[in-house]
Design a protein around this ligand. Structure first.
Ligand SMILES: [Cu+2]
Length: 443
C-alpha cells in the first residue's frame, strides 16, 4: 500500500500568520496552540466533518506492505489496525478491527518479523509492516492514537481516521473498534526483545572491551532573553546549547578554509574507524525522539532513571540499529556507532521546537578526513544561496507583498543566532553538575 505519512495539524489562531507562529513555536514551543487533528498522507476529515479521509483498498487474502512515517513535530503515535483475536473465552472476536501488524523493518533496519497490535511511532521514526487482509471483507479503521508525551485534540478513537477497505466491500464508514486493553500510553520504543535486526551485527568485538562512553547529559529547559525574540527556551545537550548559524554552516566554513569552532557549535569530534559510545542522560520529565544524521545507531541499553553502569545490561551482540530512538523521560540511552562516515552530522531532538531551542549537537568525524570535491562544494554553495533567498524572500522565493515570509508579528527578523545563553544560564541548567571545559570540543 506504500507510505503512510502521519503528522499533526496546527491551526494558526493568533493572527500573526504562519511566520509568526513559526517564530513562537520555534523558540518557545506551542504555548498557545494545540494541534487539532492528524493527517494521513496529508489529508483527513476534521471534527466538523469537512475534509476527506485517506482510504486504502486491499485484496482479500493478500499481504499488503505499509510504511508508517511520523512526519510530525511533536506527537508520538501508536499505530494500529486491529485487535488480537480473543481466545480467552474460546472464541475469535475478529468482528472488530481485527488486524495484526507484522513488523519487518524499523527505521532503516530489516528486523526479524514480529506480530503486534500497535507500533510505537515517535517523531522521525519509520516502520515497515505487513497487514494481511484475512478478516471478514469490510471496512476497518487505521488508527494513530496519541500517547502521553504530547497533547492533541484528536484522540484517534473516533471517525477521524484512515480507512482500509476490502475490494468489493460496501461504501460506508467502518464500525470496527480498537482493542484498548492492549494499548499503552507511554512514549517508548518497541521492546528490545522484539526489535531484533534480521542481519546480526556485533558492536565492537561483541563485548565491552572497547566500551568507554562519552557522557552527554540533557538539561531541563530554561529561559534566556534575546534581543530579537524576547524570552525563549533553551536546552543543553552535552556541554552547551547548540546555536546553528544558518548563514555559516560548519561544513561550509571548513570548505572555505575557516576551521574556527565556536562553543555554540556544540561539536563533538571522534576519530574515524572506531566504535564510539555515547551515554545520553535525560534530566527532564519529557521523552525526546533523538535523531542522528548520517549514521546507524546501535541502542545498547535504554531505561528509566539514571544509568547505573553496575547493573544495567548492555547488548553488544545484536542490538537494534536505527537512526531515531526515544530517550525516555528522565531516563537514559547508551548508543554505539561506527565512525566510518567522515563529515559533520547533526544529532537532535526531533520535536521541532526542542531542536530550535538548541537540543542538538554535531558529530564531527575528523575534518582532515572529510573529502569534498569541487562539484560537491558547488552543490553545497548552491543550497546555501537557495537558503539565503528563502530567508530573505528573494530570488525564487520572492512573493509579492509577502513581508510575513521572513518577519514575525513585530517585524523581527529570524535571527536564531542571536539567542545564545551566557555561561551563568548554562550553569543554572546543569553546568554546575557538568562543568564546562573551554571550547566545548572533544576532538
Ligand atoms: Cu525533545
Amino acid at each position: 500500500m506504500g507510505p503512510v505519512l502521519v503528522s499533526e495539524v496546527y491551526k494558526v489562531e493568533n493572527g500573526g500568520g504562519a511566520a509568526a507562529l513559526d517564530i513562537i513555536i520555534g523558540t518557545q514551543g506551542p504555548l498557545t496552540d494545540t494541534p487539532n487533528n492528524v493527517l494521513f498522507n496529508g489529508i483527513n476529515v476534521n471534527a466538523a466533518g469537512g475534509g476527506k479521509r485517506l482510504e486504502f483498498d486491499v485484496q482479500p487474502g493478500a499481504r499488503h506492505l505499509m510504511r508508517f512515517i511520523n512526519t510530525g513535530v511533536d506527537n508520538h503515535w501508536k499505530m494500529g489496525v486491529g485487535k488480537l483475536p480473543d481466545f480467552s473465552c474460546g472464541k475469535d472476536l475478529h468482528s472488530l478491527d481485527g488486524h495484526m501488524l507484522e513488523v519487518v523493518a524499523i527505521d532503516l533496519t530489516p528486523v526479524k518479523p514480529y506480530m503486534t497490535q500497535w507500533v510505537s511511532l515517535g517523531v522521525g521514526q519509520r516502520f515497515d509492516a505487513i497487514v494481511t487482509a484475512n478478516q471478514t471483507a469490510g471496512a476497518y479503521w487505521l488508527r494513530a492514537i496519541p500517547t502521553a508525551c504530547a497533547v492533541n485534540k484528536y484522540d484517534g478513537l473516533g471517525s477521524q481516521n484512515a480507512i482500509i477497505r476490502y475490494a468489493g466491500a460496501p461504501v460506508g464508514l467502518p464500525r470496527s473498534k480498537p482493542d484498548l486493553k492492549t494499548f499503552t500510553v507511554e512514549c517508548l520504543d518497541e521492546p528490545a526483545d522484539k526489535a531484533i535486526p534480521f542481519v546480526a551485527k556485533k558492536v565492537g568485538a561483541g563485548d565491552n572491551s572497547t566500551f568507554d562512553p562519552y557522557h552527554l547529559p540533557i538539561s531541563s529547559p530554561f529561559q534566556v532573553t534575546t534581543n530579537t525574540e524576547g524570552r525563549v527556551f533553551r536546552w543543553t545537550l552535552g556541554k552547551t546549547t547548540q546555536v546553528v548559524d544558518w548563514q555559516s554552516p560548519i561544513l561550509q566554513r571548513f570548505i572555505d578554509g575557516n576551521n574556527t569552532v565556536a562553543p555554540e557549535d556544540n561539536l563533538i569530534g571522534v576519530n574515524q574507524g572506531e566504535w564510539a559510545y555515547w551515554y545520553l542522560q535525560n534530566n527532564f520529565f519529557e521523552a525526546h525522539p533523538i535523531h542522528m544524521h548520517g549514521n546507524e545507531l546501535s541502542i545498547l541499553s535504554t531505561g528509566p532513571g539514571q544509568w547505573n553502569e553496575k547493573t544495567a545490561e548492555l547488548n553488544f551482540v545484536n542490538p537494534i540499529r536505527r537512526d531515531t530512538f526515544m530517550l525516555p523521560a528522565g531516563g537514559y540511552a547508551i548508543l554505539a556507532f561506527q565512525t566510518d562516515n567522515p563529515g559533520i552530522w547533526l544529532m537532535h531532538c526531533h520535536i521541532a521546537w526542542h531542536a530550535s531551542e538548541g537540543l542538538s549537537t554535531s558529530l564531527f568525524v575528523k575534518k582532515d578526513q572529510i573529502k569534498i570535491n569541487k562539484d560537491k562544494a558547488a552543490i553545497i554553495k548552491e543550497q546555501c544561496v537557495s537558503w539565503d533567498n528563502y530567508l530573505t524572500g528573494t530570488g525564487a522565493y520572492a512573493v509579492a507583498g509577502a513581508a510575513g515570509a521572513t518577519t514575525g508579528a513585530g517585524g523581527t527578523a529570524l535571527t536564531e543566532a542571536s539567542a545564545k545563553p551566557n555561561a551563568a544560564q548554562v550553569a543554572a541548567a546543569g553546568g554546575a553538575k557538568y562543568p564546562q571545559s573551554g571550547s566545548g570540543v572533544k576532538v
